[in-house]
Write a protein that binds this ligand. Structure first.
Ligand SMILES: C[S@@+](CC[C@H](N)C(=O)[O-])C[C@H]1O[C@@H](n2cnc3c(N)ncnc32)[C@H](O)[C@@H]1O
Ligand code: SF4
Ligand code: SF4
Length: 346
C-alpha cells in the first residue's frame, strides 16, 4: 500500500491528536446512499431504496466544518450509484489535503475513467469488497458478472501505478477457508488486501459467524499463514494486533469496550449522526456530545469488530505507533509484494 507522504501524515496526526483530546471523531463514515446494486447475504442494505432525502454534495461541507475528522469513509449502500459522487468527494476534501478519504464500495459501477476522476477529486484509498476469489463472490453478493468485472478492471487500475486499491475481505463462516486465496487474488491483480469480521448484528443471522471450534481453528491457521506472508510489508494492510483481535472476537463471540459515537460515527444519507451503521439512535449534526453522553458512555454492545472499530479501539499511543510505523512515510517504504511475501497459500 502506498505510504502517505510525510507532510500529509503530519497534518493527519495533528488533526487526529486534537480530535482525540477534544472528543471529536477521528473517523466519520458518510453513508451517501442507502440504495445498492447488490443483495449480499451478510448485509441489510441490498437493492433499491428511496434516495429522495439524500444530502446534496454541498451539504457535506457543513458536516466537515463541524465534525472535522482527519479520516473520512465514503460508504453506503453503494456510493458509486450516485452520479454526483465526484462532487460529494470534492466537498469533503479541504484545500489542506485533509481529510484522508477512503471510498468503500463494491465497484460494480466502477470504470477506469471514474477511478481516475475520483482520485483527482480527492479519494486517497479505494476499499473494494471481495468475499471469494472466484464466481462465488457473485452468488454471495447476488450480482451475476461482478467477479468477472473485478478481474478485468483490477489489473488495469493497478497498472496505473497509484497503489491505492485495497480489497476488503469480510470473514464469514462461508469464506473462512478462502482468506489466503483472496490474498493470492490481490497479489495476482496487483492490489492490497484488508480483512474484517462478520457481525450478526446487521441481519440478525448467526449462521455466518464462526460458531464451531473447527471454523475457529481454520481461521487461526489462515491468519498464521497471512502473518507469515506480511513479512514486514504492508500489502496486507491489517496490523498483526488487529488480526489477533479479530481471532479473539470470534473466539469469545464479541469485542467489548466499543467507542462508537466518540472515536468515530456515521452520518446517514439524510444527514443524521448515528454511533455506527448498526445502531439506529439518531442525532442532529450539533449533538455529538449528547450522543457520547447518552450512547457511548452506556454502550455495552460488543457485536462487531468491523474495520473502523479495529483501528480505533486502541489506545492513542498504540494507534500512533502502529500508523506512524506501518502506514505513514516515516519508515522505509515496503518492498511491496516482493520476495516470498505474497507467495500463494497453497
Ligand atoms: C456496508 S458495505 C458498503 C459499501 C459497499 N456497498 C461494499 O459492499 O463495499 C461496507 C462493508 O461492510 C461489509 N459488511 C456488510 N455486512 C456486514 C456484516 N454483517 N458484518 C461485517 N461487515 C459487513 C461489506 O462486506 C463491506 O466491505
Ligand atoms: S455489503 Fe455493500 S454491496 Fe453488499 S448489500 Fe451491503 S451495501 Fe450493498
Ligand atoms: S460493537 Fe460498537 S460499532 Fe459494533 S455494532 Fe456494537 S455499537 Fe456498533
Amino acid at each position: 500500500m502506498r505510504k502517505v507522504p510525510l507532510a500529509e501524515s503530519l497534518r493527519i496526526i495533528a488533526q487526529g491528536s486534537l480530535n482525540w483530546l477534544v472528543k471529536r471523531p477521528i473517523v466519520v463514515s458518510f453513508e451517501v446512499t442507502d440504495a445498492c446494486t447488490c443483495y449480499c447475504k451478510h448485509c441489510d442494505h441490498g437493492g433499491p431504496r428511496d434516495t429522495s432525502h439524500n444530502m446534496k454534495p454541498s451539504d457535506y461541507r457543513k458536516y466537515m466544518e463541524v465534525l472535522r475528522p482527519c479520516v473520512v469513509q465514503v460508504s453506503g449502500g453503494e456510493p458509486l450509484m450516485r452520479d454526483d459522487l465526484t462532487e460529494v468527494v470534492r466537498n469533503i476534501k479541504s484545500e489542506s489535503g485533509l481529510p484522508f478519504i477512503i471510498l468503500v464500495s463494491n465497484w460494480s459501477e466502477m470504470t477506469v475513467e471514474r477511478y481516475q476522476e475520483l482520485r483527482r477529486a480527492g479519494v486517497d484509498e479505494f476499499c473494494v469488497s471481495l468475499d471469494f476469489p472466484d464466481e462465488r463472490h457473485d452468488e454471495f453478493r447476488g450480482l451475476p458478472g461482478l467477479y468477472r468485472h473485478l478481474s478485468e478492471i483490477m489489473p488495469k487500475v493497478s497498472a496505473l501505478g497509484y497503489d491505492d486499491v485495497v480489497l476488503n475481505n469480510c470473514i464469514t463462516a462461508a469464506n473462512v477457508e478462502e482468506i489466503n486465496r483472496c490474498a493470492d487474488k490481490a497479489a495476482e491483480w496487483g492490489v492490497n488486501i484488508n480483512y474484517s469480521a462478520y457481525s450478526p448484528r446487521r441481519t440478525g443471522c448467526k449462521d455466518y459467524f464462526l460458531n464451531t471450534d473447527d471454523q475457529k481453528a481454520i481461521l487461526e491457521r489462515g491468519l498464521k499463514r497471512l502473518k507469515e506472508r506480511m513479512n514486514g510489508t504492508n500489502w496486507i494492510t491489517n496490523t498483526v494486533s488487529t488480526l489477533d483481535a479479530t481471532q479473539a472476537y470470534f473466539n469469545r463471540g464479541g469485542a467489548p469496550s466499543c467507542k462508537a459515537g466518540l472515536r468515530w460515527l456515521v452520518v446517514t444519507s439524510d444527514g443524521h449522526l448515528q454511533p455506527c451503521s448498526m445502531q439506529f439512535k439518531r442525532y442532529s449534526l450539533h449533538e455529538q456530545g449528547r450522543m457520547v453522553e447518552e450512547f457511548t458512555q452506556n454502550n455495552t454492545c460488543d457485536q462487531c469488530y468491523v474495520s473502523i472499530r479495529s483501528y480505533l479501539d486502541k489506545s492513542f499511543p498504540q494507534l500512533l505507533r502502529e500508523n506512524v510505523t506501518e502506514f505513514f512515510s516515516f519508515k522505509k517504504s515496503s518492498a511491496f509484494r516482493s520476495g516470498n511475501s505474497a507467495a500463494p497459500a497453497n
